[in-house]
Design a protein around this ligand. Structure first.
Ligand SMILES: [Fe+2]
Length: 359
C-alpha cells in the first residue's frame, strides 16, 4: 500500500479572483448614473482626516472580513484607498466572499483628486500627512544610490539597496535612534556587491526581494501591489522587470524609487544576466509612464559623468520629455537602443551576481 503523500510544507498560492478596476473618470460617470455604487473606504481611520470621498462608508481593510454583513449585495461597490493597492486587496476579498459587483478604484483617491475632483484633496506630505524623512546615500566608488526612508514619529526606517559596507547605514540609524524595519533590494545587482546580508546580521531586519528573485539567503518576497507600511504611508511595490527579471520599483506617496529601470536621461542595461529589452520597454511604458508627470523619480544609479547635486532627483514629466530611452517611440527602436552604444560588460558581472544571491 502506498502511503499518502505528506502535505506540502508551504501553503499553495491562491489565485485571486478576477476583479476589474474602475478608473477615476469611470467612477465619476457611475456616480452620476442610475445605479451609483456604494463607495467603500478601506483605509485605516487615521487617513480619513487627510481626504475622503463624500457620501462614502468606511470599513478598514483589517476589519473587512468580519464586517461583511454590513455591506449590501444588491448594489455595486467601489472600494478605494490612497493609491489603489489596498482597494484591490479589499475587492478581491469581497469577490471571494461572493459579493457580485465589486471594483477597486484604480489609482486611488490620489488619482481621483488629480483627474476628476481637485476639491477632494490629495494627502501627500504638503496637505498634512505624517512626515517621512528621506536620505539619499550615494556611494561614489560605484556610482550607486541607496535610500533610507524613515518615519521619525514611530522611529522606524526602511533601507533600499544598501552597499556592501553596513557602517554608514548603522551610523545614520543610530544618530537618529531609528530601528531598521526592512531592507529592500530593488533587484539582483550585477555591478556591485550588495550589503543586505551584512545589515540583516547586524540589525535583524528582514530582507525583501521580488517574488521572482533567485535569492538563496533567507528573505521575504514582494509582488505587484503589495506594500510595506511605514508610519502612515506605504511603500507600494511595482513589478518592473527588464533590467533584470526580478526588478521592483517602489512608490511612496508622490515619489517612485525606480532602481535601474529608469535612470536620469537613460535606463538600466539589459545585457547583464537575465534582462530583457522587451520587458523593460513594457515596464517603462505600461507601468512607470502611467504615473503622474509630477511624480518624483529617484533612481539607484547616477552616471559617473554627472556631478552629484545635493539630491539627485528628477520628475517623470521631465524624463518623458528628455530621456533617451523613453523617447525611442517604439519597441523596435528601443531594442536597437538597448543593443548599440553601451560600454563593455564588466568582466566580473556574473561572479558579482552569484555573490549577491548566495546565502
Ligand atoms: Fe542594476
Amino acid at each position: 500500500m502506498v502511503a499518502p503523500e505528506p502535505p506540502h510544507p508551504y501553503p499553495r498560492p491562491v489565485d485571486p479572483p478576477a476583479v476589474h478596476g474602475i478608473s477615476a473618470t469611470e467612477l465619476a460617470a457611475a456616480l452620476g448614473g442610475e445605479r451609483p455604487p456604494l463607495l467603500l473606504d478601506v483605509r485605516p481611520a487615521a487617513e480619513r482626516r487627510y481626504a475622503r470621498l463624500p457620501g462614502d462608508r468606511h470599513v478598514p481593510l483589517a476589519e473587512l472580513a468580519g464586517r461583511l454583513g454590513e455591506l449590501p449585495r444588491d448594489r455595486p461597490i467601489v472600494t478605494y484607498c490612497q493609491f489603489g493597492a489596498r482597494a484591490r486587496q479589499a475587492a478581491e476579498l469581497l469577490a471571494r466572499e461572493g459579493l457580485p459587483d465589486v471594483r477597486p478604484l484604480e489609482g486611488g483617491l490620489d488619482d481621483y483628486a488629480r483627474t476628476v475632483d481637485p476639491s477632494v484633496g490629495r494627502y501627500s506630505a504638503p496637505s498634512g500627512a505624517g512626515p517621512l524623512v528621506l536620505k539619499q546615500l550615494p556611494r561614489v566608488e560605484t556610482g550607486c544610490l541607496s535610500y533610507l526612508l524613515a518615519d521619525p514619529v514611530g522611529g522606524r526606517a526602511v533601507l533600499l539597496d544598501p552597499g556592501i559596507s553596513p557602517e554608514p547605514y548603522l551610523a545614520e540609524l543610530e544618530s537618529h535612534r531609528w530601528s531598521l524595519a526592512a531592507i529592500v533590494e530593488t533587484h539582483t545587482h550585477a555591478d556591485h556587491l550588495a550589503g543586505h546580508q551584512a545589515l540583516h546580521q547586524r540589525t535583524g531586519a528582514p530582507i525583501y526581494v521580488s517574488r521572482r528573485s533567485p535569492a538563496q539567503y533567507p528573505h521575504r518576497t514582494l509582488s505587484d501591489g503589495e506594500a510595506i507600511p511605514l508610519g502612515d504611508a506605504e511603500i507600494v511595490v511595482l513589478e518592473t522587470p527588464g533590467h533584470t527579471r526580478d526588478h521592483l520599483s517602489l512608490r511612496v506617496r508622490d515619489t517612485v524609487f525606480t532602481g535601474d529601470t529608469l535612470l536620469i536621461g537613460s535606463c538600466g542595461r539589459t545585457d547583464l544576466g537575465d534582462g530583457s529589452p522587451e520587458l523593460l520597454w513594457e515596464s517603462l511604458t505600461e507601468k512607470l509612464l502611467r504615473l503622474p508627470d509630477e511624480t518624483e523619480v529617484l533612481p539607484a544609479h547616477y552616471g559617473r559623468r554627472h556631478a552629484l547635486p545635493e539630491r539627485y532627483v528628477t520628475s517623470l514629466g521631465f524624463e518623458k520629455a528628455t530621456n533617451e530611452a523613453l523617447r525611442q517611440g517604439s519597441l523596435d527602436a528601443f531594442r536597437t537602443y538597448m543593443t548599440d552604444g553601451w560600454p563593455p560588460k564588466p568582466a566580473d558581472f556574473d561572479a558579482i551576481v552569484a555573490a549577491n544571491l548566495r546565502a
